[in-house]
Design a protein around this ligand. Sequence first.
Ligand code: NDP
Ligand code: GUE
Ligand code: MG
Length: 302
Amino acid sequence: MSATHPGINRIDGKKTAAALRERIAGHVARLKADHGLTPGLAVVIVGEDPASQVYVRNKVKQTGEAGMNSLHFALPADTPEADLLAKIAELNADETVHGILVQLPLPGHIDANKVIDTIDPAKDVDGFHVVNAGRLATGTGGLIPCTPRGCLMLLKQTVGDLSGKRAIIVGRSNIVGKPMAQLLLGENATVTIAHSRTADLADEVARADIVVAAVGRAHLIKGDWIKPGATVIDVGMNRVDAPEKGPGKTRLVGDVDYEAAAAHAGAITPVPGGVGPMTIACLLANTLVAACRQAGLEDPRL
Ligand SMILES: NC(=O)C1=CN([C@@H]2O[C@H](COP(=O)(O)OP(=O)(O)OC[C@H]3O[C@@H](n4cnc5c(N)ncnc54)[C@H](OP(=O)(O)O)[C@@H]3O)[C@@H](O)[C@H]2O)C=CC1
Ligand SMILES: Nc1nc(=O)c2c([nH]1)NC[C@@H]1CN(c3ccc(C(=O)N[C@@H](CCC(=O)O)C(=O)O)cc3)C=[N+]21
Ligand SMILES: [Mg+2]
């Protein structure tokens, strides 16, 4: 069992993401050669949250490695909302920019919904605009949010056909939980969405063949809740103190108690090295898809 073979049921998101980025790079090279088209991603960050800066640096590096153009706009934390909206309008009109990502969260004086509404839905590579959310909910195309899309790829690769599987998603945010539920419904899973008012979370999780945790609380999901053989996808990214690494040191953990859950799960994603790298790879995939559509070309087969 997994206790005597540690790691045997670990889902390697880092490896899957690297393979996806390779396929994307191949498509980008062909787009350039056949159509003279280079996909471009614009990333806008407001303020200097250090965790966000690391994330943005990774995105910029990986867009470059995939052969795409990347534009990076770092605006001061006190940027007026109107200036940010004007920047987005400028990027909407720029034909060399196929994807626009505004890093969340934004400073408190800026209305994030207004910002997202301003992005051209065709360039909304996060899939957060109401038009894309509505397209996902109605099964009519659009751009799919990166984290749920990455989770679904890992699930299909691990489980195969999801039809009839009992899935629980813990968390109902617009950026992870809700779109994840839509994607799983689209695969004919039987979907439950749990949240902070759910009466008996342990009991709900224990029934599920598929568990997606997207809460933001370290080790909320206990190992002995997991149904034997279930597949566990841990979206959570929580920084916790790690005194064993030295004074003042921290480490990244998920929402699931990994070691305990791995003893029950058929397969489980680690944090780091699970969902995170897939999110960035799917951002590149969405940028490629957006560029193809804006050029009137067919969607790439990824
Ligand atoms: N790996 C990646 O690529 C990404 C990781 N993340 C990480 O995923 C996590 C979730 O992100 P996000 O969706 O934005 O978070 P939000 O804070 O927007 O949503 C959290 C959800 O968890 C629910 N919740 C809170 N406490 C409990 C509880 N005790 N029991 C059950 N449900 C609870 C909330 O319920 P309610 O609605 O009732 O308040 C809410 O629906 C975070 O750790 C974030 O850092 C996010 C994006 C990308
Ligand atoms: N508009 C917008 N879109 C987002 O998609 C978005 C956002 N804002 N704000 C912040 C969250 C968070 N997020 C992460 C994605 C990948 C990793 C990632 O690659 N993590 C690695 C390494 C983490 C590390 O070691 O620091 C891993 O899990 O292995 C992390 C975090 C995207 N988000
Ligand atoms: Mg991860």
